[in-house]
Design a binder for this molecule. Sequence first.
Ligand SMILES: Nc1ncnc2c1ncn2[C@@H]1O[C@H](COP(=O)(O)OP(=O)(O)OP(=O)(O)O)[C@@H](O)[C@H]1O
Ligand SMILES: [Mg+2]
Length: 277
Amino acid sequence: MKTKVIAVANEKGGVGKTTTAINLTYELQQRGRKVLLIDNDPQSNMTRHCGTNPHSKDHITLTNLIENMINYVTGVDNGVSYEDILPPAEEVVIFKNGFEYIAANVVLEVAERALYVTPNTEQILDEIVKQYGKGYDYVIIDCRPTLSKLTLNAFVAADSVIIPIESEPYAVDGLNTLLKNIEIIKRGFGHGGLNPKLEIEGILFTMYKGRLRLTQDLEKQVKNRFGEDLNVFKTMIPTSVKAPESVLAKAAVRAYDKKNPVGLAYQQLAEEIDSNY
Ligand SMILES: Nc1ncnc2c1ncn2[C@@H]1O[C@H](COP(=O)(O)OP(=O)(O)OP(=O)(O)O)[C@@H](O)[C@H]1O
Ligand SMILES: [Mg+2]
């Protein structure tokens, strides 16, 4: 069975990455898909949204898995079996509020620093995704708002990237660096990259307000600057207070309010993505 791995990333903060990861997961599940979410951000907003306290010590987190893998790479694991390094899914994947996920916590920040000083760690998240993504149709990785080692690890693990952009006048300006990084992971410097299969699933305009004129203009800007080949999703996500409300309700928008336009837009986005599966 094929598992499609999608990273949700943008180095810009607060553009709707976590909201997209959660709602896309919910909507894909509504379509009968089995989806694993991974919180790859020390802020742990996704973990909270799914109903788990990131400070709790009761569960294994992505931090533990990455630390174990670093110990393995550096040989300080003292011959511990690979099974103990990446424990069985039953001990790692949390099932709560209808979501299946690997949680994060703030210590992921420290684990990321260790990634910087340890060689050969670009594929650690890929290894984790291969281990726990078995049996899922999709794995969705929610990234932190930086182009740091954890995010680059997500690009190595992913088949594709969704780039949410807040619909505001200069939103497209920041895209250059992100696209360049994705290109380098894909192609390297002309000698093959770390992940040649990596694609851009699409640019997703989020939080548009009022009329569509600005988003149409932004779409044109994307095409003009980065080429017609860069996919911009037909679905755009409007703004609604139900989105932040649903965070507190620990639910997807459509589970919280069936008719809200944000939830309906994510339903449409899931259709757009799933029809390319
Ligand atoms: N369509 C929307 N309408 C209104 N508010 C939204 C919408 N999408 C997201 N929000 C709100 O905007 C804030 C930022 O969203 P979110 O956490 O999804 O962004 P993010 O890109 O993951 O942020 P970060 O970079 O910090 O990880 C949240 O309070 C969220 O509830
Ligand atoms: Mg986030």
